[in-house]
Design a protein around this ligand. Structure first.
Ligand SMILES: *Cc1c(COP(=O)(O)O)cnc(C)c1O
Length: 232
């Protein structure tokens, strides 16, 4: 068994345990394997172990992998989760199934305009800055509802839910606080009539806190592929 297959098993066990502690069905939590900085071969290894959804942060790097794995394309789901500049929207609209990091109307409009007619609508999540630091990407919780309604009206996008990257916290109770804020916003938007089904929150260090607060998709890199090396 490969290290990646073993790691995937361990992450699935963490999801099952956290879901059980939350009184939730573990099938309601999807695993997105974050493959940034790892090779197409590593993605192939994870695929052989049953993993189907992969997250990427850097457009050029991701497209190299998507092309290298073209023969698996129909069975793979590619999620763009990194910061997105408006001059990079076209390749993302053309190659990905999901974008989690939409935080401005202009980006959403470009993705909608550039989504090829031959593909289904692009699934998107609105990235919300739940910790409130000025430097981070993500729309503020206060501005999120208006933006969500505008994005939901775009023809070639399907607004699926919300995503956040909270400030790291070591304490498990502290980790739950920003996830609870995102969950409350998610519930509010659904109550306003938006058909959202995805709460994208939780990474390797705070998977349990996120599942306890209602995550439906956890984005896990390190715990699946190992520590990242940005040197090369
Ligand atoms: C890198 C990254 C992850 C994965 O982080 P790990 O701590 O390695 O699990 C998840 N989400 C986003 C947006 C990322 O950039």
């Amino acid at each position: 068994m490969s290290d990646i297959a073993r790691n995937l098993d361990a992450v699935h066990r963490r999801i099952v345990q956290a879901a059980r502690a939350a009184g939730r069905d573990s099938a309601s939590v999807r695993l997105l394997a974050v493959s940034k900085t790892f090779s197409a071969q590593d993605v192939r290894t994870a695929f052989a172990a049953g993993q189907r959804a992969f997250g990427e942060n850097y457009v050029q790097e991701a497209i190299g992998k998507i092309e290298a794995l073209a023969e698996l394309r129909a069975d793979l789901e590619w999620h763009f989760i990194g910061p997105l500049q408006s001059n990079k929207t076209r390749p993302v609209a053309e190659h990905f199934d999901w974008v989690h990091s939409v935080d401005r109307l202009k980006i959403a409009q470009r993705l909608s305009e550039q989504r090829p007619d031959t593909l289904p609508a692009l699934n998107v999540c609105l990235q919300v800055n739940v910790s409130g630091e000025a430097s981070k990407s993500g729309v503020s919780a206060a501005d999120a509802p208006a933006l969500a309604h505008e994005i939901a009206a775009l023809p070639r996008l399907t607004l699926r839910g919300l995503m956040s990257i909270p400030e790291p916290a070591a304490d498990p109770d502290a980790q739950r606080v920003p996830h609870r804020v995102l969950r409350a916003l998610f519930d509010d938007l659904r109550a306003e009539g938006l058909a959202l089904d995805t709460l994208s929150m939780g990474m390797s260090a705070d998977l349990e806190a996120a599942v306890l607060e209602g995550a439906t998709l956890v984005r896990i890199g390190t715990a699946v592929f190992g520590a990242r090396d940005y040197a090369h």
